[in-house]
Design a protein around this ligand. Structure first.
Ligand SMILES: CC(C)(COP(=O)(O)OP(=O)(O)OC[C@H]1O[C@@H](n2cnc3c(N)ncnc32)[C@H](O)[C@@H]1OP(=O)(O)O)[C@@H](O)C(=O)NCCC(=O)NCCS
Length: 158
């Protein structure tokens, strides 16, 4: 499928009404998925970063993926990024990051931070393609013993 498919799909803040579909995608995407309560708490936080990408369909817009995290004073920390399994490699994650980047520029924030499993090659490819660089490693960080790589990306000035 074309990785440009989602290039123009609507991205908007997640709402609590999105949570049932967020949970379906989360559970299909992570070995240790977040609970609905964690997402609900995140959405209520004043510093919440929660974006959803919507796939247009004849029946209406359907959640295609999401990106969640936290706004820090001069950076954003990204906690979850996932796209629907049937829409992977269509550009959903790239679209979410493009909108995040635009929001960061509006706020004068220029740094993205995240952790990724060492063996998550799809995510690592995505992040390297976006310009993230490795800043450290937490050995055995995840409950199953896998290392977490700490990645950061500084937005280039426009
Ligand atoms: C990682 C993930 C979010 C990527 O989402 P996506 O919507 O499929 O990504 P995109 O279509 O925007 O792809 C952008 C780039 O990411 C890389 N990429 C994405 N999936 C890939 C895969 N399976 N293998 C290799 N590279 C991949 C490619 O560089 C791709 O660009 P290209 O298609 O032009 O080559 C998705 O695979 C996912 O939801 N995984 C499960 C959850 C997860 O691991 N999240 C990250 C946790 S840190």
């Amino acid at each position: 499928m074309s990785s440009l498919l989602a290039a123009d799909w609507l991205v908007r803040p997640l709402a609590t009404t999105d949570l049932p579909l967020v949970l379906v995608i989360e559970q299909a995407s992570y070995r240790l998925p977040w609970s609905v309560d964690l997402f609900a708490t995140l959405l209520q936080a004043p510093d919440a970063l929660a974006l959803g990408c919507l796939q247009p369909t004849p029946e209406g817009a359907l959640l295609a993926g999401y990106l969640c995290g936290q706004w820090l004073p001069d950076a954003v920390e990204i906690h979850n990024v996932a796209s629907r399994p049937d829409l992977r490699r269509c550009g959903v994650a790239r679209r979410l990051f493009a909108v995040l980047e635009a929001q960061m520029r509006q706020r004068g924030c220029d740094q993205m931070l995240l952790e990724v499993r060492r063996g998550n090659l799809a995510a690592l490819n995505l992040y390297l393609q976006l310009g993230f660089v490795e800043q450290g490693c937490r050995r055995g960080y995840y409950r199953d013993g896998e290392d977490a790589l700490l990645l950061g990306r500084l937005l280039a000035p426009v």
